[in-house]
Design a protein around this ligand. Structure first.
Ligand code: SF4
Ligand code: SF4
Ligand code: FES
Length: 829
């Protein structure tokens, strides 16, 4: 888009050609009232309050596009009349219950009613029965609903569940006189509003969605609220603690909204999590999984002395990636001082993968991020159970499909009804496990610049192609001659007589013919549908920006080195930009900061993982540690940002920094290490207190800083191995992944995330098998075995059984050799 200049209320501003006027105004701190519009979503024109005059014509600022030299007036006498009438309409039959409404104090209906000076009511219509609905974690009160449809829009355009829609209200028609009397836009808005309410797309009163809570977050009034939060607090009583979600690598911006627990207990408690929903969308874990703090901990001096002694005795420290960058740096400094082996197999796999990738790319990190992915128009996902590995990656895919009219390919062995439900422009290919190299070769084949690609690879790709003869049916027009009888005048006799005449016409006819076509064996190997070529051709029409997202299935793949190199080649020789999904919250930070070992120690201190001596923020170890929501520090996200997070709750115990100080390091606070994070790896020498944590009005992310993608000197070797066709997994397949809303022991600990631990099977699988939900089964692979109960999961399909890792007591990893798929036997016990 080109930079242009427009004039709003006499102020010259720079924007981009085609930008919505509302966004251009907001980016320049110019206020235009708007209710229904959500940044990043398609305008719906439900509220019409954003009326402005552009070059003398009344337009809606949320969907009118900026043109060079445009002159905009945000308020005219007529627009003021419209806006006031719109707000009066919104107030028709709105119950007077602000005193007990959850939204009071942050309600857009209250705010705009005051802003527009509504102090009387000119309109009436008979009300209808609008009783409340309990939709599980969401409560809908249609009595409060202003039918702005923001809930419907975010669920469709951002989240992709499409669980909400407008339904008939069943109200009387508006008084006919209003049409003539009322301001035009206010009448049209009311006429539509008076016909609708919000309901569920599944036609029931049971909300069966991925439970993200975004619909309640964006609701401008108290109509959709979180059931647990309802009637718990007024907005003005809550203190907002700016933070970063600690559950997955998306590192979403959040605020923990806290206040005292009760009159008797002045200690702070988190009541809800909010977000800047115009710019970031949370998943259910981020929204509802907030009470995982290590509560009621005091300084246990004996346990602390034991911890220091354990560090003095240990030769290894084992830890998970749910720690801050600063804690990772403390561990690294302790390693340098005492020679510990630092063990974190999950981050080590990512580290190795990045290293192998950078041998070809020449950069330490992948080039793109989720924002770029969201703005692209063609996306391929490989090697990730996208919706649960990183819900924000799923949202980016969905947003590209819905708002950018994008298209995409989703390669994964586990079929996923949520991904398939994103629309008809996404094609899922449920290939076999261990075929990831084949997919990457297919992407090179379809999209790489063959002039630039190393010739050995071009020759290898050509070896999969041959010509084959196929029979195609086509419809042709054929001339048919008919003899018809007609009455004609016989000029000689002067009488009418019947004669036969020839008449021809063109009729359609189906014919078969044999044609020679290109046969791509890679497609056959992956089990791609017959019409793949046609579908792809259709998908690629008018597509200009391409994103590839890859995930944790790759990092422990038996051929991960080759896979990393193939991924780098795609990024280098095609138009695809690249994002990698780090498996856990701070896997990327740990992979950059720590020198990790593959060897076990003889005496090991564990941090959030059981070992000879265990430090635990879960409260189940030998010495308590603070959880992420009790700490200040930074987390490195999938977007390669170093995001600050703050302590929502107090913590009374010892921290890793106290142990480090006892062992000879010297820092008053853990965040003293923020400015020491390694600049050679792309971090900045910036103090914690100098890190911003907000979005600007134009949507610019001012959160911490972006890592520098440090260059590496590389050789010219771009060799890759051919597809390893010997690799395969047979029989019953199991896959290590989590259900929606669960990531780790921390999400498992929270009260509102009620997914139970167990073996997850699709409804389809259960119907075709001898198993039932709740059965206790033994799952046995060549690596290990476990016993657990079956959980039925309607958010997966097909026959692959999911073994979750969010409950470490299940010891799921023991079934796998590293790669996330394995063969197993499952039997009832
Ligand atoms: S429930 Fe809230 S967000 Fe949805 S239409 Fe009603 S007022 Fe708008
Ligand atoms: S909770 Fe999320 S997925 Fe469910 S209806 Fe609301 S926005 Fe849609
Ligand atoms: S914000 Fe433009 S029509 Fe609602």
């Amino acid at each position: 888009m080109d930079n242009i200049t427009i004039n709003i209320d006499g102020k010259e501003i720079e924007t981009q050609e085609g930008e919505f006027l509302l966004n251009a105004a907001r980016a320049n701190d110019i206020f235009i009232p708007a209710i229904c519009y959500l940044t990043r979503c398609s305008p719906t024109l439900a509220c019409r309050i954003c009326l402005v005059e552009a070059d003398g014509k009344q337009v809606y600022a949320c969907n009118a596009k900026a043109k060079d030299g445009m002159s905009i007036t945000t308020t005219t006498e007529n627009i003021e009349k419209e806006r006031r009438a719109i707000m009066e309409v919104y107030d028709v039959n709105h119950p007077l219950q602000c005193g007990v409404c959850d939204q009071s104090g942050e309600c857009e209906l209250q705010n705009y009613t005051l802003e527009m000076g509504v102090d009387s009511q000119s309109y009436t219509v008979k009300d209808v029965d609008r009783s409340s609905h309990d939709w599980g974690h969401i409560h809908y009160d249609p009595g409060l609903c202003i039918v702005c449809e923001r809930c419907v829009t975010t669920c469709k355009d951002m989240i992709g569940d499409n669980s909400l829609k407008t339904i008939p209200r069943g109200a009387d028609a508006l008084d006919a006189e209003y049409k003539a009397e009322m301001p035009k836009d206010a009448y049209s808005m009311w006429n539509k509003l008076n016909k609708s309410l919000i309901g569920l797309t599944n036609g029931t009163d049971v909300l069966d969605c991925t439970s993200c809570g975004e619909c309640a977050a964006v609701c401008p009034v108290g109509a959709l609220v979180d059931t647990e939060f309802m009637y718990k607090s007024n907005a003005w009583e809550l203190t907002q603690v700016p933070a970063t979600c600690g559950h997955c690598s998306a590192g979403c911006q959040i605020s923990y909204d806290v206040k005292h627990t009760s009159i008797e207990n002045p200690e702070d408690k988190i009541y809800r999590v909010m977000n800047e929903w115009n710019y970031v969308s949370l998943c259910g874990a981020g929204r509802y999984g907030f009470d995982y703090e290590n509560a009621h901990v005091t300084k246990d001096e004996t346990a602390f002395a034991n911890a220091v002694a354990a560090f003095e005795k240990a030769d290894a420290i084992k830890f998970t990636s749910t720690i801050t960058n600063e804690e990772a740096l403390i561990l690294e400094k302790l390693k340098e001082k005492f020679g510990y082996k630092l063990i974190n197999s999950e981050a080590k796999s990512l580290q190795t993968f990045l290293h192998d990738y950078s041998d070809i790319s020449g950069t330490r990190l992948y080039g793109s991020d989720l924002k770029e992915m969201m703005n692209s128009s063609f996306i391929i996902s490989v090697g990730s159970a996208l919706k649960t590995d990183n819900p924000n990656a799923r949202y980016s895919l969905n947003n590209s499909l819905t708002v950018n009219k994008g298209a995409g390919l989703y390669f994964h062995p586990v079929s996923d009804p949520i991904i398939d439900g994103l629309g008809k422009n996404i094609l899922s290919i449920n290939h076999k496990p261990l075929q990831e190299e084949t997919i990457l070769y297919l992407i090179l084949d379809l999209f790489a610049d063959k002039e630039q690609l190393p010739s050995e690879i071009v020759d290898y790709l050509a070896s999969f192609h041959s010509m084959k003869t196929i029979t195609v049916t086509e419809t042709i027009k054929e001339k048919v001659v008919e003899i018809v009888k007609e009455m004609k005048l016989n000029k000689e006799t002067g009488e009418e007589e019947e004669v036969e005449v020839e008449k021809s016409k063109m009729v359609p006819k189906k014919v078969s013919k044999e044609v020679e076509v290109d046969d791509n064996k890679l497609l056959e190997m992956l089990g791609a549908p017959e019409n793949f070529g046609e579908t792809l051709e259709k998908f690629l029409k008018k597509k200009e920006t391409f994103s590839l997202v890859v995930g944790p299935d790759f990092y422990n793949h038996p051929n991960s080195k080759n896979i990393a190199r193939l991924v780098a080649l795609i990024e280098k020789y095609s138009a695809f930009t690249l994002v990698m999904i780090p498996e856990l919250t701070n896997s990327l930070g740990v992979a950059l900061i720590n020198e990790l070992s593959s060897e076990e120690g003889t005496y090991t201190v564990g941090y959030n993982t059981l070992a000879d001596f265990t430090l635990s923020a879960l409260g189940n170890g030998d010495l308590d540690m603070p959880s992420i929501n009790q700490q200040e520090g930074t987390l490195t996200s999938i977007n390669k940002r170093v995001n600050p997070t703050n302590a929502a709750l107090t913590y009374g115990g010892y921290e890793l920094n106290d142990i480090a100080n006892a062992l000879g390091l010297d820092a008053e606070l853990t965040i003293d290490y923020t400015q020491e994070l390694p600049t050679a790896k792309g971090f900045k020498a910036q103090a914690f207190d100098d890190l911003p944590n907000h979005y600007t009005n134009s949507g610019e992310e001012m959160r911490g800083y972006e890592l520098k993608n440090v260059k590496r000197r590389i050789g010219s070797n771009e060799e890759v191995n051919q597809i390893d066709e010997a690799l395969s997994l047979e029989n019953q397949l199991i896959y290590l992944a989590n259900p929606v809303r669960q990531f780790s022991d921390f999400t498992n600990k929270t009260t509102q995330l009620d997914e139970v631990s167990g073996i997850y099977m699709s409804e389809e699988f259960l119907n075709d098998s001898e198993f039932n939900e709740g059965d206790s089964v033994k799952v046995k692979s060549e690596n290990g075995e476990l016993v657990a109960n079956i959980v039925s999961d309607n958010k997966i399909a097909g026959n692959i059984v999911i073994i979750p890792s969010f409950d470490s007591k299940l010891n799921s990893e023991a079934l796998f050799s590293g790669y996330r798929f394995a063969s197993a036997s499952i039997e009832k016990v």
